[in-house]
Design a protein around this ligand. Structure first.
Ligand code: SAM
Length: 226
């Protein structure tokens, strides 16, 4: 059949396939496998995880991952800035996975879980950047395009946020910027988690408590359809 999607011919002769829901309630690792199965037209490996951190996506996975992080404490294979990707060869990877910081430093991160540090929320996100982290995307996208093979996949986990009393929409920024960088944006998958983040810091709420993030599927090519 020549397609990465599982296909079969049913008893009445029509083609059937394994669908992928646009809403995902499982883990990121499981979703990544589903996205490779559903979208990949070339072998996804080797895979570059450009924001590796603790590598939570790959626990139990047998995939061949090149890990990159700007923070050496996570001991990635490449300690480096994904906006430069110094020394990374062009057209090398079948997939690039990107999970950038969603918020800047929270300032009062006294929790035992050390949320800021553990999730890389240490990047400048103040007035100079319109209280948003989308400025990180264009230089990264340029490098992702360079290191991906033709038709390779870019899979990005992006979370919207409220900062300085305003809603910010980085997933919209990312999709627009990816198109501008020459990618075709193929899909947007909503990943839902079971419980909202709880904090006793807030006494009132003006925005819905986010229980979702987005996975944005981009192809380094002209078409989405296989
Ligand atoms: C949200 S965490 C990623 C979590 C990871 N996906 C996991 O499952 O463990 C974001 C990571 O991006 C890294 N990071 C931030 N800016 C970066 C940059 N310019 N280049 C490479 N890594 C960066 C941070 O150090 C942090 O470890």
């Amino acid at each position: 059949m020549g397609s990465a999607v599982t296909q079969a011919i049913s008893s009445n002769g029509t083609s059937t396939y394994e669908p992928l829901s646009s809403v995902w309630e499982g883990s990121d690792g499981e979703l990544l496998e589903e996205m490779f199965r559903f979208y990949a037209t070339i072998k996804p490996e080797p895979i570059l995880d450009a924001t590796y951190n603790a590598g939570r996506f790959w626990k139990g996975s047998r995939r061949r991952i090149t890990s990159m992080d700007i923070d050496p404490q996570y001991k990635p294979m490449i300690v480096g800035d994904n906006r430069k990707m110094t020394g990374v060869p062009s057209a090398r990877y079948g997939a690039v996975v990107y999970d950038p910081p969603h918020v800047g430093p929270q300032g009062r991160d006294k929790s035992k879980k050390r949320f800021d540090v553990d999730f890389g929320a240490t990047v400048e996100c103040g007035k100079a950047h319109d209280w948003n982290l989308s400025y990180l995307y264009p230089p990264f996208l340029k490098q992702a395009k360079r290191v991906l093979k033709p038709e390779g996949l870019l899979l990005a986990k992006i979370t919207d946020m409220v900062n300085n009393h305003r809603s910010k929409w980085p997933h919209c920024d990312f999709m627009r910027m990816a198109e501008e960088a020459g990618f075709t944006v193929c899909d947007l998958i909503i990943k839902v988690r079971t419980g909202p983040m709880v904090s006793n810091k807030w006494e009132t709420a003006h925005h819905a408590r986010k229980r979702h993030c987005f996975w944005i599927v981009c192809r380094n090519g002209e078409d989405c359809e296989r």
